[in-house]
Design a protein around this ligand. Sequence first.
Ligand code: HEC
Length: 180
Amino acid sequence: MKILKKILILLLAVFVIAQFFGPDKNKGEVASVNAFMEETNPPDEVIMVLKQACFDCHSDFTRYPWYNKITPVNYWLDGHIDHAKGELNFSKWSSYSIKRKDHKMEEVIEMVEKKEMPLPSYTWTHKDAILTDVQIIALSATIGNPKELSKWLGGELVEDNWRPVKLKSGTYMDGKLDFV
Ligand code: HEC
């Protein structure tokens, strides 16, 4: 019994001392996701989803919950954020190649449709991050691949190339437009 008491006191002491340590906070600028927003120009519904359910882990800015003050919980959350940012960091969007951006977008749709993202451990405590079917459709339809979306909805994709005005491509530089 005496030993058990000693062990408990020791554990408590370790816990108290541990509170003086913690990982660095992920506290960059909210504006760091602006490059992504400007390039993809998502509608408001999608911006809401990303803000509510993704940016806390996938950007340089986290809105921390109160329990992040507790060591070792903060290390656990930081591990998720680090790992998530390594996979996809919306704040670093402009440094990604076109190929990487394309690939990451496909993965975003896949993760959201399969309900693998946001992480379950996150939705336990962030009920507003549980995406409704309507939000998932909004996200997929906006940044997604129409083929995937029609498959997911159990429908068939109708493609139509008809356009009333001929599409021309060219370059615009120094006020001069050259068609190829
Ligand atoms: C609680 C933190 C957290 C939240 C919130 C979160 N993610 Fe993640 N995400 C992770 C982690 C950790 C990984 C890397 C490990 C993994 O794939 O499970 C990851 C990986 C990913 C990947 C890469 C998957 C792959 O196969 O390479 C994509 C895409 C992604 N997340 C999209 C999202 C989207 C979209 C949202 C919002 C709807 C979101 N995540 C919300 C933590 C999070």
